[in-house]
Write a new protein. Structure first.
Length: 454
């Protein structure tokens, strides 16, 4: 049985993956933040989260280049703190990457439904899983070339969107009732700003997934830093532009709490029968597909790495002999995602839609892995000062400290505003820990133990 991945990704592939993993966040998800905080309140939330991600990426890249491993955060945590910390980082990452794709798939279905009202959005979402799991199985370079193509098209489409709605942009539209549905800043506005954190994180969620392609990258110590830095700058620019232009197109409240805010914003400017609108729906799918496809690649590598290290059943660590891709891990994550889509009408925790619940669950996983990763960075700097570090964290220790503090604040506020989902997250981690506690011998005998020994 083969458990080795093939190195074939260049710097452009990694940049495409960094942006593509995230770019669906520019197409939907932030609209739920408007429903919570208003346009001005959510702008404040987004600025704070953009600061968190920028400082995080400038710090996280040190770990990725020093320890290029498909496990990403759980490999860093094990090296820094041992098995239990590795478990927390690994399964938090798994929750992030397994729960994000069904949310994106539901948005793909919603976009297709705009063009074809007779189609069942849920059926289209499930169909997307079959198509892109199959494409990922065919080979990482094929998958990465496709990811780069759809990412570039998605970026161009966002620029076209901004250009088309720009003539109708009005500052008065954007600021109207911009503080949690009110015109004045108040205690309710502060509450909305904090409660909207998960949806601002959706603008940047999963960029850390590039770390999981480290074993498949050519010259990872040189190409990954460039991909990460160029990627986060690209995403911050697009997020700000999309949000401002959409909010100024008309009554922004009609764009909140929906899965297809960009087509609906464009309708306000060009009408329902415009060719621009149909183009946005079709090409806009590329942005959703880029993230969906990229995160499928990410979750498969996380399942693969956890299984190879003995944290999950070794069955999922097998690599396809012909294509050198972790086909069993790809399928396993797809089963979970399709199950979530099929439960759409039965999961409405906290009064939120399934999409909002999936986004929030994914964000819980992300924030936990960010906290563990920054703690790992500090620990490795102290305990392994001679570890080769091709890229040193910028403005250390200030940047990683900012990222860590903002991540902790985000986690605390998310637990406060989403207690039911927090309990679900803790419950899933507890179930995983029970398996972890019972399989020590499995990890000791793993074919590929993680850096730092057993």
């Amino acid at each position: 049985m083969s458990t080795s991945l093939k190195s074939s990704l260049n710097g452009w592939h990694l940049w495409g993956l960094a942006v593509g993993l995230v770019i669906s966040g520019e197409y939907f998800g932030w609209s739920y933040g408007w429903a919570t905080a208003g346009t001005l309140g959510f702008l404040v939330t987004s600025a704070l989260i953009a600061l968190m991600y920028t400082t995080f990426i400038f710090s996280f890249t040190e770990l990725t280049t020093a320890i290029p491993h498909a496990g990403g955060p759980f490999a860093y945590a094990r090296r820094a703190f041992g098995e239990k910390a590795a478990f927390v980082a690994g399964f938090a990452t798994l929750i992030e990457f397994v729960f994000a794709p069904p949310a994106i798939a539901m948005a793909i279905g919603a976009y297709l439904n705009v063009q074809f009202p007779g189609l069942d959005p849920k059926a289209m979402a499930i169909g997307a899983y079959f198509v892109f799991i199959g494409l990922n199985i065919l080979g990482v370079r094929i998958a990465a070339n496709f990811e780069l193509f759809v990412t570039v098209v998605a970026i161009l489409e966002l620029l076209v969107f901004m250009g088309v709605v720009a003539p109708g942009f009005s500052v008065s539209n954007f600021v109207a009732n911009g503080w949690a549905g009110q015109n004045e800043f108040s205690a309710a506005a502060v509450t909305g700003i904090v409660a909207a954190i998960p949806f601002a994180i959706w603008f940047f969620l999963a960029i850390e997934g590039v770390a999981m392609a480290a074993e498949e990258a050519l010259e990872p110590r040189r190409t990954i830093p460039k991909a990460y830095i160029a990627g986060i700058l690209t995403l911050v620019t697009l997020a700000l532009g999309v949000m401002l232009f959409a909010g100024g197109a008309g009554d922004w409240s009609k764009l909140s709490n929906i899965n297809d805010p960009l087509p609906q914003a464009m309708k306000m400017i060009v009408g329902e029968n415009s060719g621009w609108l149909h183009m946005l729906v079709w090409i806009g799918l590329f942005g959703l597909i880029a993230s969906f496809h990229g995160i499928i690649l990410g979750y498969s590598r996380q399942i693969f790495a956890l299984s190879r290290a003995g944290y999950m059943p070794g069955y999922f660590a097998e690599v396809n002999e012909r294509f050198k891709t972790p086909h069993r891990a790809l399928i396993a994550g797809g089963v979970v995602g399709i199950g979530a889509i099929l439960s759409d009408e039965h999961i409405q925790l906290g009064g939120m839609t399934l999409t909002a619940n999936l986004i929030t669950m994914s964000v819980f996983g992300a924030i936990v892995l960010y906290i563990v990763s920054m703690l790992s960075l500090f620990a490795l700097r102290k305990n392994e000062p001679n570890l080769p570090r091709p890229f040193m964290a910028i403005a250390y220790p200030v940047f990683p400290a900012i990222a860590l503090v903002l991540a902790v604040v985000s986690l605390v506020t998310m637990v406060y505003f989403n207690p039911m989902l927090a309990l679900v997250f803790v419950g899933l981690m507890a179930l995983a820990y029970a398996y972890f506690a019972l399989t020590r011998a499995q990890r000791a005998g793993a074919a590929d133990p993680l850096p730092g020994g057993a």
